[in-house]
Design a protein around this ligand. Structure first.
Ligand code: HOC
Length: 345
């Protein structure tokens, strides 16, 4: 039963059982040797706490404002593609759970449900962000941005860490086995297999810093850059007038051996401070967050909120909306109270 699910790893084990091999391969795969995928979580385990005592924690307020939008927790549902691989209703399941629990959902560009469906599924006061992959067809991109703005999303999240598709061998192999059982075809096994490749042509590999100007010009929404991976680029983002950054390596699915998000976070806060830009933007991170203590560590090191992707997909795939709601409550009951009551070492 759901009540016996104690943590994100429990959801992951069940999802592996219930998902089709294609879906499991697509959701769970990282790129290359999956070093970054593992490091994202392992890096949190190398950070140790310095608890302070005799701090009044009787009343704890976990709420936060992200770019002026209230959230019950410093957690948001980050964008993940192809939700219907995991649940017949797809991403609207995430929308509903985010609504009842009061957190922000980032609407994915490459969702199985349309943006209209995800907006229609939300509660009246519920806030959503819109994740944007810039399409090679710029006019189409402008139309998408304007549509999202008209539908009332609160921010535009431009994903910048996927100019080319990472080599996800688990995903490639399953598709290869399913679509081309002829062993002679081994030679032709390439990145062109797998669920990921089927959606990759929606993304413009020529995107550069200059393009941020026209993206900013065609919308009044605050802009969040998702995929910052070093201090230098965080400084460039701040100088470009971006309102928030997400430190992310795309869940270890793009460039393998990239550093973990939480390691980069420390470099980013230093670099912004060094350039006197520490108050210029909000910092969020995603990648490897599996415990409340991971959330606390990210906040203590300077992030304002964290995004979770796979844990929500696994909760949705195994138990639907109730599963996603339960996952959010696990986050609430775990140790994030520390974030407001303890000071940085
Ligand atoms: C260059 C194409 O976020 C995933 C999705 C889609 C990425 C497409 C990248 O599978 O990680």
């Amino acid at each position: 039963p759901l009540s016996s699910i104690l943590n994100t790893f429990d959801f992951e084990s069940i999802a592996k059982e219930v998902l089709s091999p294609d879906a499991w391969a697509y959701y769970s795969s990282g790129s290359g040797d999956e070093i970054t995928l593992q490091e994202n979580h392992q890096a949190f385990n190398r950070i140790f706490m310095k608890p302070r005592v005799l701090v009044n924690v009787k009343k704890v307020d976990t709420s936060v404002e992200l770019l002026g939008t209230a959230s019950a927790l410093p957690i948001y549902i980050t964008a993940t593609a192809l939700g219907k691989l995991g649940h017949p209703e797809g991403e609207v399941v995430l929308t509903r759970a985010a609504g009842t629990r009061g957190i922000i959902q980032m609407i994915p560009t490459l969702a199985s449900c349309s943006i209209d469906e995800m907006v229609a599924a939300k509660l009246p006061q519920q806030a959503q962000w819109f994740q944007l992959y810039v399409n090679p067809n710029r006019n189409l991109t402008i139309d998408i941005i304007q549509k999202a703005e008209k539908l009332g999303v609160k921010a535009l999240v431009v994903t910048i860490d996927a100019p080319q598709l990472g080599r996800r061998e688990k995903d490639m192999r399953v598709k290869f086995e399913n679509d081309a059982p002829d062993v002679q075809a081994t030679e032709s096994l390439s990145r062109n297999e797998g669920a990921a490749r089927a959606i990759a042509h929606f993304i413009d590999p020529s995107l550069s810093w200059d393009d941020l100007k026209w993206i900013k010009a065609c919308s009044n929404l605050p802009l969040i850059l998702k995929g910052i991976q070093c201090g230098e680029d965080a400084v460039l983002a701040a100088q470009a007038g971006i309102e928030a950054i997400i430190i992310s390596n795309h869940g270890g699915r793009q460039l393998d051996t990239s550093r973990s998000a939480v390691e980069v976070l420390q470099e980013v806060t230093q670099a912004l401070k060094h350039s006197k830009l520490e108050n210029a933007l909000e910092i969020y991170i995603d990648g490897g967050i599996r415990r409340g203590t991971d959330i606390f560590k990210a906040l203590a090191l300077g992030a304002k909120a964290v995004g979770l992707g796979r844990p929500f997909l696994y909760a949705m795939s195994s138990y639907g909306q109730r599963g996603v709601e339960h996952l959010i409550v696990i986050g609430l009951n775990d140790r994030i109270y520390c974030a407001k009551s303890l000071k940085l070492p």
